[in-house]
Design a protein around this ligand. Sequence first.
Ligand code: DC
Length: 504
Amino acid sequence: MGFAIAIDGPAGAGKSTIAKAAAARLGAVYVDTGAMYRTIALYLLRTGTDCEDTEALSRALSQIEIRLGYEDGLQQMYLNGENVTGLIRTEEVSRMASISSSKKEVRASLLKLQRDMAKSQDVLMDGRDIGTKILPDAQLKIFLTASADVRAKRRYLEQQEKGVECTLEEIKADIIERDYRDMHREESPLCQAEDAVLVDTSDLTLEESIETIVQLADSRRARRVITAETAGFCFGVRRAVETCYEEAQKGRKPIYTFGPIIHNEQVVSDLEKKGVRVIASEEELSEITEGTVIIRSHGVGRSIYQQIERQGLTLVDATCPFVKKIHKIVKEKSEQGWEILIIGSADHPEVQGICGWISGKVQVIATEEEARAFKTSEDAKICVVSQTTFDSKKFSKIVEIIKNLRYYYTDILNTICNATEERQAEARKLAQNCDAMIVIGGRHSSNTQKLYEICRSECEQTFYIQSLVDFDVSLLPSSGCVGITAGASTPNNLIEEVSHQCLK
Ligand code: DC
C-alpha cells in the first residue's frame, strides 16, 4: 500500500473541494468514492431499477462496469465505457445515490475497486466509510465535518450561484435527512474511525481547511515505516524455538541444543535461563551422560543421531521438515550411486548436516566461478540440491552454468524453501520502493546476510543491525519510507521494537 489518507464526513462539509486541492499539493491521487455511488445511481435511474428489489438490484449491478480515469488531474467516471462525469451531480442522482448506497450489494460491488486504487499509489480517498471499512490501515484518517447550519449555508450559496431556486430551510432539512440516513444505515454507517483526526471546518476558510490536511499528512509522512510481512521467524525456526520452550516447560532436565537453536543471542540466553544449554561441538556431546538433546532446525548428519542414541540420551528432533527432505533425497540418491552437488555455503551447519547423509561423493559450491570450475568424471550422475536459504537468483545462474557443462545425467532439485524465496522477493520489492532499509538479524545468519545483499543492491541506504544496541535512528532519513525486513531467526518483538524506534 502507498501512503493513504482517508477522509470521511457528512455531505456538504466541503470534502471533495478540500480533498482535491490537498491531494494535488501532496502529490497523491484523489479518489472521490461518492462519484462511484453516483455513477451506480445514474444507471439505476436510467434503467428504472427498484433498489428495494434485491434481485433486480443485483442484476443491474452485474451489468455495470465502472472505471475511473483522470483528465488534467480531474477524476472522470466511466459507466460501461461512457464518460458520465458531467451527469452525476444532479439532485435526482444525489437522492438516488443516498438511497442506493445504503444497500449492501451496492457497497460490496465497489469495495475491491476502491481498495485496489490504494494498493500501488499514494491516494487521498474521500467518502463515508473509507477510514472505517475500505482502508482501515490508512496512515492518516480524517473526519471532516462542519455544523449543519454552516453546511446548509454553503450549499445554499452554491445553488444560488447555479441559479437553482431553493430556500435555506429546505437545504438544511435535506442535509439533516441525508446525515441521518448515512449515519443510521445498517451497512457501513458514517462514523468517525477511532484513530481519525476530527477536522471541523465550520470556522475555517477553504485555504485553512486544505492547509490543515496538508500539515497533518506532512507530519504523518515525515517517516513512514513498512515492515515486510515475511520478516522474521520462518516456519522451521518457529517450530524449533517452540520445541525448546516446550521441553523446558516439561522440566526434564538437563536439556541441550546441539548448536545454538537460532542465530539470536537474546533467544539463546533466555532459553539458557530456562535451563536449555548449548552444546558447541561433537566432543562436548560425547561427554554428556544424561538428558535431552534437541536437534535444531538446521539439522545434523546421521552420525550425530547415532552418537546421541549410543550415549542413551533422549533425542528431540526439531530439524526443519524442508531440510529433512533434503537429507532423504541425498541419502537415497547417494546410495543409488549419484554424486551430490550442493549449492550452498560449505561451512554452514545446514550444508554440513546434509553432507552427513551422503554415502558417496559430494561437492559444495557457492559461486558462479566455482560452478565453472566444477569437475567430475564424465559419466557421473549428478544430483544437484540447494541449501534451503540460498539466494534463488544465484541458484538459477549456477544451475545454468552446471547445465552447460553437459554432464550426461544431471538431476537438478531446487530445494530452496518458499519462505526464503518469499522473504527475499518481498525484501527486494520493498527495498526498491523505500528510501532506507533496515535488515535485522544475527551477523552469522546467512539468510540475513543474503537479505542484506539483496536490499543493498536495490537501496543504497540499507542498514544491517543485530539488535537495538547497534541501531542509530539518526542515520535514517528524516522523511520518506523506511522498510524493515528480518532474517529467519529474528524474533518478532525485536522487529516491533525497531519499528517503534523508527517512528520516534
Ligand atoms: O460524497 P457524495 O455526496 O458525492 O456521495 C454521494 C452519495 O454516496 C451520498 O449519499 C453518500 C454515499 N457515499 C457512501 O455511502 N459511501 C462513500 N464512501 C461515499 C459516498
